[in-house]
Design a protein around this ligand. Structure first.
Ligand code: SAM
Length: 262
């Protein structure tokens, strides 16, 4: 069956992703817990293998960087419907043997309980365009997505006109999801352990003092060699990259939206 792509109109012309597994928009003033963190209307837009980076390049760097390490945490904060941790899990599962990918512990969280429920459900809404994106990295991705059904319901989902799929349970079980906010999670980082810390495409929604606190704590807690992965949208925050460089990160030559702790 051919699945029609959904042509979403994004009023924010500066940032218009043309793929997405979910697009929920909410106003923080009507969501009490977000009101203290968020300054603007928040979108949950996400999608597997989002085009912030070439995922082959990113994962190759991660494999090279952590070669010889026995345990690496991949932590995806503000993960929306789970598309982002799913991209890591699928890549690892598809391309590496179990005794290799077992060293990566993938955890994911979001502040929005509805998003966490969707992410935990093991189903995901995908369009034709999402599949094209996944196919760039995973051959024949339909092997991992079956049981086509009506879309997973997401309140105010402006892309509701699509289908949902059951994610291969071996892949989905590699990820542990929970509801939490970014600041709480960065405070809990273990300084003795290595991380690939993903906080992508969320900073422009957040209040300045919240951003500062997150970046400062993260810089203090991340062990030298750990990697911080951000999104293209985050570069809309003034001086985003320079702030990270000032806080003790460097940009590897191969870097596309990731930076490393010195
Ligand atoms: C645009 S989505 C980004 C999803 C994913 N990281 C990606 O790049 O595809 C932004 C997500 O951030 C979440 N969010 C907003 N403020 C947050 C906070 N303070 N802590 C955790 N999640 C937050 C929203 O609920 C939403 O799911």
């Amino acid at each position: 069956m051919r699945i029609l792509s959904v042509n979403t109109h994004h009023p924010d012309k500066k940032y218009a992703p043309h793929f997405s597994s979910c697009v929920k928009i909410y106003n923080p003033k009507r969501v009490t817990n977000l009101d203290i963190f968020a300054k603007d209307r928040v979108r949950t837009t996400s999608g597997p293998f989002r085009q912030d980076h070439d995922w082959d390049n990113l994962l190759r760097y991660i494999f090279w960087n952590f070669e010889g390490e026995r345990k690496v945490n991949i932590s995806s904060l503000a993960c929306a419907d789970g598309s982002e941790p799913l991209s890591y899990a699928l890549y690892l599962y598809d391309k590496t043997p179990k005794n290799y990918y077992a060293k990566f512990r993938i955890t994911a969280s979001d502040i929005d309980p509805e998003m966490v429920k969707v992410a935990k459900s093991g189903r995901i809404n995908l369009s034709d365009e999402d599949f094209k994106n996944i196919e760039k990295y995973i051959k024949n991705p339909h092997r991992y997505f079956n049981d086509l059904d009506k879309p997973v319901k997401i309140t105010n989902n402006i892309d509701s006109d699509r289908y949902s799929y059951k994610i291969d349970s071996d892949v989905h079980s590699l990820i542990q999801f929970k509801k939490s906010d970014i600041l709480t999670e960065v405070k809990k980082l273990t300084p003795e352990e290595f991380y690939v810390l993903n906080i992508k495409n969320v900073f422009p929604y957040l209040k300045e003092n919240y951003i500062n606190e997150v970046l400062e704590i993260m810089a203090k807690k991340l062990k030298s060699g750990s990697i911080f992965v951000y999104g293209k949208f985050d570069l809309l925050v003034p001086n985003f990259k320079n702030r990270l460089l000032d806080l003790g990160f460097f940009e590897p030559k191969q870097s596309e939206c990731f930076i490393q702790k010195i």
